[in-house]
Each structure stands twice: as structure tokens, then as C-alpha cells.
Design a protein around this ligand. Structure first.
Ligand code: NAD
Ligand code: MG
Length: 404
């Protein structure tokens, strides 16, 4: 417990899975952390409950109507000191507010990009859960981190594990520090052992029932297609200045090794723990100190064995698509991410079969030109273009209906 004043935190995406885990950790350390702002897109009841419990200075929601509703509820609860606002401009404001020390980026999807960049440009400690922002804008994002002196701490469990296993000063190239490869572990998702024909009939609820992690529906679907591992491969390239060929994906069904770093002398360092996002979140909040995350210590005798397998890219082509997009460079990862967001939503809405996700992403990328990702405008333009194209292909092609 710190004796200095509490660190002020903006929590973007407070009502989501990462948001709730972050609230849990902050709630355990009220003297060390204080919420400046909490945000949500639509879940107004949940945001109201969070306001009641934590009394942040500000709350931000998607629409004016929901903001009016929230204000009325807070008035009734005599919590009028909580300032309520709505929309993207308010998200940017709470991300760069001068009194804020740390911003947890836990909005899902491309919507997280601008608020996260705003926090980076304000030189904050940025706890990065939102991988889509980095996948879209990689080079630009990392340049902004160094230009504005932001402290970027990866929260995605694999990247947090790698961060913990790297030497403190790993900037300046992995090989200069004797690192030979990064081993990105993957649970393999709920369909690791399913045949291709069984995969044709997967429903959204089956895809969202992850064996080891409880997460939002978008990332759960990404875990089931292995696109999540593909996005994470791109994320790792940017975070650790690694080439795709320096990263090996290792399927590890127990999900207790969260990733590893291989060194030139043959050593491999692994970070282990129960699969619970409160561990990387607590690490990010307290770094370089360590605090209690409220997680049971790992019982190695209960785990008893650790298995490792190579990923099967024939059944899970999304991993290969992501690797190819990273190799193509420029705006290709942004287009991959945009097409995937459209495909996953269509799958969750029952408009696209499970195997159609990879097909739609592939078809979108094949019809998309790669441009140099040298400005945010270009990236956002390519994001919009890939979304439109994916929507159009979804309605034109035969993978669209009947099989979901
Ligand atoms: P979730 O769907 O549970 O929550 C998403 C949050 O973002 C909600 O608070 C929602 O209100 C908000 N949001 C959604 N759309 C928005 C928009 N357009 N504008 C503003 N806010 C919006 O998602 P999650 O599982 O918590 O994941 C959040 C991010 O963290 C994702 O990028 C995911 O890839 C990453 N991540 C999650 C986990 C996990 O265990 N859940 C692990 C690693 C990384
Ligand atoms: Mg992860």
C-alpha cells in the first residue's frame, strides 16, 4: 500500500470483461488507485452501478439519451458530483485529462484506437488490453509512445508474460539482449480437437464458451478461430520490435504458461499463473512494484502436466491470414482487423457460418490494395474501406446464408 496520493485512473470500457476485472483489482487497493473516469458504450445500468460503488469524477456513455438517463439516476442517488458526458470527444477528454496518471484501454475493437492514442499523446501510463488499436496503427502508435514519453504496459496476458520475461531494457532490439525467439502460447480455443466438418456447424454460444478464459464475445470468437492469436502475433511484433519469423505460436491447452522468451544460450523463461486477467492488470497498475491481484496461487499439482502442440493452420486459417497481413505491411493489418470485426459480428448475428469468418477476411484482403500506413487518416480510411467491402462481399457471396 502506497503512502503517496492515489494514482488516478481512467478506465475505458469499464463494463466489459477486462473493465470488471480492473474494477476488482482497484477495489482491493482503494488507497493506491482512484477512478477518475469510467466509460461504456451502451450498458447504462452497469455503468450506473459502477458509479455508485466507485464514485469516479466522470462517467462517459455512448449516446445523449443514455447520458440523460444516467444523470437522472445519479441525481436520485444524490451523486450529482459525478460529471456525465457522451460520445467520442468525451472519451478523448478523459483519456488525456491532466489529472490522470494511468489509462486502461479496454474498449473492444477499432473504437479503442483514438482514445488510446489520445492517452499515449498525453504521455500517460497506458495499460493496453485493446489489441486492435495496435494492430491497426502499429508503427504510428509505437512512434507516438516514444515521442510523447508514454509508458506502455501490455495487458494482453501473452504480451504481459513476454514483457515480464524480457530484460528490463529490451528496447534497441531483441537480439542485442540475447533473445532468440518469442513463444506465444495459445489455448487452441474450444474447437482445438474438432474436425473441419464439425466446425461447419459451430454456433455463437459454442464459440463463446472458452475452456479457460471468460471474455467478451468478440475476443471469444477470435480465440475460437485463432484470429486472436493472429492479432496477438502482430501485436507482439510491434510491442517488442520483433519480426514475424521470430515469433512461434505454441498451442498449450492448460493455459498456465502465458508465453515465453527463448534466449541465445538455450534458456527459455516462462511466466505462469492461473488464467485470470487480474494478474496482468495488477502488474500494469503497480509496475514496477507488485501488488495482490486477488488470484489464487497456481496449484502445480492440480495442473500436473503441461502439453504443447503446433497450431493447425489448415483448420484455423486466420492465423496464417494475420501472418501474411503483417508480412504485407502498411495498411494490411488494419484491413485484416476491419474485415474480421465485420465477419465476427455477422457470425454472432447468425448471418455467417463459423468457417465463413476466415473466408470473408481472406476475400476482403484479396480485393484490397495495401497502402503505406503513414498517417492516421490513411489508416482510418482503409479501415472504413475494408468494412464496406466486407459488408458487400457478405451479401454477395455464397458463404453468407443458410449454414449459420
Ligand atoms: P467486452 O465486450 O467484454 O467489453 C468491451 C467494453 O468496451 C465495454 O465496456 C463496452 O461498453 C465498450 N465498448 C464497446 N464498443 C464501444 C464503442 N464503440 N465505443 C466505446 N466503448 C465501446 O470486451 P473485453 O473482453 O473486455 O475486451 C476488451 C479488449 O481487451 C478487447 O480489445 C480484447 O481483445 C482485449 N482483451 C481482452 C481479454 C479478456 O480476457 N477479456 C484478454 C486480452 C485482451
Ligand atoms: Mg491474449
Amino acid at each position: 500500500m502506497s503512502t503517496s496520493s492515489p494514482r488516478k485512473v481512467t478506465l475505458l470500457g469499464a463494463t466489459g470483461s477486462i473493465g470488471r476485472s480492473t474494477l476488482d483489482v482497484i477495489g482491493q487497493h482503494p488507497d493506491a488507485y482512484e477512478l477518475h473516469a469510467v466509460t461504456a458504450q451502451r450498458s447504462r445500468e452497469a455503468l450506473f452501478e459502477i458509479c455508485r460503488r466507485f464514485e469516479p469524477a466522470r462517467a462517459v456513455i455512448g449516446t445523449q439519451e443514455d447520458a440523460n438517463w444516467l444523470r437522472a439516476q445519479l441525481r436520485e442517488a444524490r451523486l450529482t458530483h459525478i460529471d456525465v458526458s457522451h460520445g467520442e470527444a468525451a472519451l478523448l477528454e478523459v483519456s488525456r485529462a491532466p489529472e490522470v496518471d494511468a489509462v486502461m484501454s479496454a474498449i473492444v475493437g477499432a473504437a479503442g484506437l483514438l482514445p488510446t492514442l489520445a492517452a499515449v499523446e498525453a504521455g500517460k501510463r497506458v495499460l493496453l488490453a485493446n489489441k486492435e488499436a495496435l494492430v491497426m496503427s502499429g508503427g504510428l502508435f509505437m512512434d507516438a509512445v516514444s515521442r510523447h514519453g508514454a509508458t506502455l504496459l501490455p495487458i494482453d496476458s501473452e504480451h504481459n508474460a513476454i514483457y515480464q520475461c524480457l530484460p528490463m531494457q529490451h528496447r534497441g532490439g531483441l537480439s542485442a539482449h540475447g533473445v532468440s525467439r518469442l513463444l506465444l502460447t495459445a489455448s487452441g480455443g474450444p474447437f482445438r480437437e474438432w474436425s473441419l466438418s464439425a466446425l461447419e456447424r459451430v454456433t455463437p454460444d459454442q464459440a463463446c464458451a472458452h475452456p479457460n478464459w471468460s471474455m467478451g464475445r468478440k475476443i471469444s470468437t477470435d480465440s475460437a478461430t485463432l484470429m486472436n492469436k493472429g492479432l496477438e502475433l502482430i501485436e507482439a511484433c510491434w510491442l517488442f520490435d520483433a519480426k514475424p519469423e521470430q515469433i512461434e505460436v505454441v498451442v498449450h491447452p492448460q493455459s498456465v504458461i502465458h508465453s515465453m522468451v527463448g534466449y541465445a544460450d538455450g534458456s527459455i523463461l516462462a511466466q505462469m499463473g492461473n488464467p485470470d486477467m487480474r494478474i496482468p492488470i495488477a502488474y500494469g497498475l503497480a509496475w514496477p512494484a507488485r501488488i495482490d491481484a486477488g488470484v489464487e496461487p497456481l496449484d502445480l499439482f492440480a495442473v500436473s502436466r503441461l502439453d504443447f502442440e503446433a497450431p493447425d493452420e489448415a483448420r484455423f486459417p486466420c492465423l496464417r491470414l494475420a501472418r501474411e497481413a503483417m508480412a504485407a505491411g502498411g495498411t494490411a493489418p488494419a484491413s485484416l482487423n476491419a474485415a474480421n470485426e465485420i465477419a465476427v459480428q455477422a457470425f454472432l448475428d447468425g448471418k455467417l457460418p463459423f468457417l465463413g469468418i476466415a473466408q470473408l477476411v481472406k476475400a476482403t484482403l484479396e480485393a484490397t490494395e495495401v497502402r503505406a500506413a503513414d498517417s492516421l487518416d490513411v489508416i482510418l480510411c482503409e479501415d472504413a474501406r475494408a468494412r464496406q467491402l466486407a459488408e458487400r462481399l457478405l451479401h454477395q457471396r455464397s458463404f453468407q446464408r443458410g449454414r449459420a
